[in-house]
Design a protein around this ligand. Sequence first.
Ligand code: C2O
Ligand code: CU
Ligand code: CU
Length: 507
Amino acid sequence: MDRRRFIILGSAGSVAVLTGCGGGGGAATPPTGTTPPPASPAVSNPPPATPVSPLTAGQPLTDLVRLTNTSTTPGVFAATLVAQRASKSMLPGTSTEFWTYNALVPGPLIDVFEGDTVRIRLENRLSQETTVHWHGLPVPPDQDGSPMDPVAPGATRLYEFTLPVGSAGTYWYHPHPHELTAEQVFRGMAGLLVVRSRTDPVPAAIEERLLVISDLRLALDGTIPANTTMDWQNGREGNYVLVNGQYRPVLTINPGQSQRWRILNATNARYLRLALTGHTVTLIGTDGGLLRSPVPGLDEILLAPAERVEVIVTASLSSQASVVLQALPYDRGDMGMMGSSSTTIPLLRVDYTSAATAAVALPGALNAIADLGVPTQSKRLVFSSGMGMGGMGGGMMSFLIDGKTFDPARIDLTSRVNELEQWTIENRSGMDHPFHLHGTQFQVASRTRNGVTTTEPYLAWRDTVNVAAFETVVLKVVQHQLGKRMYHCHILEHESQGMMGVLEVVD
Ligand code: C2O
Ligand code: CU
Ligand code: CU
C-alpha cells in the first residue's frame, strides 16, 4: 500500500516524522524538503512530549504479586479484586495516580489449576462502571464481565466459574465496560491469570518467569494524560514500555540454563515484535495452552495486543554481556507520531550469572491438540475504516466490523452451540487489527496476504489473532456454551469506539 512519510511540526516546535497511511482519502499531498510545513490539521492534538528524566531502569525484575486464595476448600480459589485508584512515584518528585486492581500495576497474579472453581468478588471503588473480563477463559457468558454486565461505582459482584480440564494456559483479566475499556486499561487495570495442569509436560526444573508487558504514558508532571485524537485513531502507545510494571528491569539467567517465559502483551495498541539479542527462542505455547510440540529456532515472535506466548529461552554456555529482550520495529499501518514503527525498544535486560546450569531437555510431544476438523458452517467478517467524526475524541476515522459500530442491543451473528464453524476475517483497512473472540479458543487455518495464502504451520489454541492490513485470516471455532459473546478488535481504542459485535450462541 501507499505509505507516505512527511515531516510535521510538533507542538513544542520539534520536528517529527509522521508515517501516513494511504487510506486517508482526501489527504493533501505531503510536502517534502527541509523546511517544516505548518502543522497538519490531522494532528491538531498531538501526544505530549516525552518527559526528559527517564524512569529508573536496571532494577531486578520483581515477581508478580500473587492474589491470595482465601478459601480453605481444596479446588476452590476465592479472592477479592478491588478496582481502586492508587498513587505511585514514577518520575522523580512527582506522583502518578493509576487505576488499579488491589493498588497494584499490573494487577495481582491469579494462579490456579484446571478443575478449580474460581470465586472472585469485585469491589468497584472507581467513580465509573467497570467489569472484570476473563480474557480467553471458557467461562459462562454471564460471568464473563462483558459490557452487558457492568458493575456500578460503589457496587460489588461475585464472578464464579469452574476451569475445565484442558484449559491450562496463559490468560489475563481486564475491565470491559462499554466505551470505557481503553481508558481503564491504559490507567493500569490488567493482570495475568495462569491456569496450570497437574500433568504439565514441561519439566519443573525449567524455571518459570512471568512477563506482563504494558504501556505507560506520563506527562512531565507525572500524570497519565487522556487520549488524544490520534490515540483514538491509532490506539494509544505510551512513552514507556514496562515489564511487570518496571522500566527496563533485569532478569538473571545462568549460563546453559533454560527458562520458561510466559509473556502477555497487556498494552492497548502496541505490537511487540519480540527478539532476544544473540539468541533464538523455542515457542511452546500460545494463548490457550501448549502446542503439540516445540517450535525451536525462532529469531522473533510478533505478539499483538492481548496475545500471549510461552517460550523456552536457553542461555548459551559462555557468559554473554548485554543480552536484551527488545521490541523490534513493526509497521502496523498507523499514523503514529511516537516513532514506534521505526524504533527498537529495549524491554528487559538479561544478565548472565557465573554459575552454569545444565539445560533441561523438553519432551517432543507437549499437548495432544487435534485439528478441529471440517467446518459445517461458515461466517465472514469484514474490518474496515471510514472517514467520519463519529469516534470518541473527535477522531477522523471510524472503525467498523461489517460496516457497523457496536450496539449492545443488536445481535450481529448467531452460532449453534457445539457446531464447528469456519470464520473468515477480512481486513479491508490499511491498519492491522487484532481480532479477539470471547468464550472459546480457536485454531487459525490460513492467512492470505497479497494474494498468497499460507497454511498455518502448526496447530495452536488462540483467542486473539492479528489480521494485518489487507490480510484475510481463516479460523475454525466452536462455542460450547449458550449465550451472548463479544468479538472485537483488541486495539482497545477501537474496541471502545465500537469495533465490536455480538455473537449469540443458540441451541
Ligand atoms: Cu481482552 Cu473482549 O477482551
Ligand atoms: Cu476477551
Ligand atoms: Cu483495530
